[in-house]
Design a protein around this ligand. Structure first.
Ligand SMILES: C[S@@+](CC[C@H](N)C(=O)[O-])C[C@H]1O[C@@H](n2cnc3c(N)ncnc32)[C@H](O)[C@@H]1O
Length: 381
């Protein structure tokens, strides 16, 4: 289960000058209501030319009190996928560009992830982290986050710099970033900036670099991100996670469909208080993500037996069913309990967005059956 790091409250207090529980005020809740309305209707309301909304102090404090806490944890699973892929292997330095960094959400996420993983990266000595955002106020919060996190023990040195500006205007050195993070910003970009993104990202991404895009799991934002994924593939990029499929996304075939992750988390009591004021219940963390790299740099061939779980598992009397997606598209898989064996037992342990290797299943007209002979192996522990 996801949870905020032990140092979160202290970091929050340093940035906000208040503890999280004292920060969960009626004033913050009303600013939060305005922000939520904006985020729930992102496409028509937000224009790239508008004044940075996080320059408004009340909005920024509300954002940091609520969205930052939830969004920072959405980095953990994608970073695990990058680790599984070998992206961090033997890197002594890592150069990160955080586009639309806001108040430092992804920086907090990266430090949270390092709490558990730093021992697996003994060679990593330096992280050069650059935050880009048009909001000067948000950047001042991100600097505050860095002032706290740079003192966390047992991790690589962090150099943190900021650029106040927009994607369309900023000048960046070619091939200079190993990892480009775009957290909940794609839906705020105007169409012409999104059109230019594939070329822009190609210019500034270093060899063997990766682009991580995270978006809210609303149907519109999710489908827009999947459309962006498809366009990137059309321009010579490859998806390294979550999809094992390089074809167009099957979720876009029906206008009602989308694809998203959903993880349980330990909702802090102060966030629960804000939830009550908001009439919301953030009981789990729902989001979309995609990791992209240049197609020519993918050194491994896609394994046609690897799948991603793209629905919740349906545990029914006598059977388990779930949708899995791979090169062949999105298909319903089923295991009848009477067919359970040690070799296919992992099927019962699968949850949404797990990666799994399956060999020897029976393809039928409407579904794919896991038989006694099928081998099922959950990937990545
Ligand atoms: C929803 S916030 C996301 C903040 C943070 N990445 C997160 O996940 O919590 C979107 C951020 O993108 C920034 N933004 C909007 N348009 C931008 C652009 N054209 N270039 C860079 N950043 C932009 C906004 O100022 C805002 O801070």
């Amino acid at each position: 289960m996801l949870r905020l790091p032990t140092w979160y409250d202290e970091m929050y207090s340093m940035v906000m000058g208040n503890t999280p529980i004292n920060g969960a005020t009626a004033h913050v809740a009303s600013a939060l209501t305005r922000l939520s309305n904006r985020f729930n209707h992102p496409l028509p309301l937000v224009s790239e030319r508008s004044t940075p909304y996080l320059d408004d102090r009340s909005s920024l404090r509300a954002y940091f009190s609520y969205f930052t806490a939830a969004n920072c944890l959405k980095l953990l699973h994608p970073l695990d996928e990058l680790l599984r892929e070998g992206f961090f292997e033997k890197r002594r330095e890592l150069s990160v560009l955080d586009i639309g960094c806001g108040p430092g959400t992804a920086l907090i996420g990266l430090h949270t992830w390092l709490d558990e993983t730093v021992d697996a990266l003994p060679w990593l000595e330096l992280v050069r982290y650059r935050g880009l955002d048009p909001s000067a106020e948000a950047l001042s919060f991100a600097l505050g986050v860095h002032s706290f996190t740079k003192h966390l023990r047992g991790r690589p040195r962090f150099e943190f710099t900021t650029d106040q500006g927009r994607l369309a205007t900023v000048e960046l050195r070619p091939a200079s970033f190993d990892l480009i993070v775009m957290g909940n910003v794609l839906n705020e970009l105007d169409a012409s900036t999104v059109d230019r993104l594939p070329r822009f990202l190609d210019e500034i991404l270093a060899n063997a670099g990766r682009v991580l895009v995270i978006e809210p799991a609303l149907r519109e934002t999710s489908r827009a991100m999947l459309g962006f994924r498809d366009r990137m593939i059309g321009k010579g990029w490859a998806v390294t996670a979550p999809c094992f499929r390089q074809g167009t996304c099957p979720a876009l075939e029906s206008p009602r469909d989308w694809c998203h992750h959903d993880q349980r988390w330990e909702r802090p009591s102060w966030l629960e208080r804000l939830d009550h004021a908001l009439g919301n219940a953030k009981l789990s963390l729902k989001y979309n993500y995609v990791i992209l790299g240049r197609l020519k740099e993918r050194d491994t061939e896609q394994d046609s037996c690897d799948f991603r779980v793209v629905s919740a598992p349906f545990h029914e009397k006598g059977r388990v069913r779930m949708f899995l997606c791979s090169e062949g598209g999105r298909r319903l898989f089923l295991l009848n309990r009477r067919d359970s064996t040690p070799a296919n037992a992992d099927f019962n342990r699968l949850g949404r967005y797990d990666a799994v290797h399956i060999e020897g299943a029976e393809h039928r007209k409407n579904d794919i059956r896991i038989t006694k002979e099928t081998v099922v192996r959950k990937l990545g522990g």
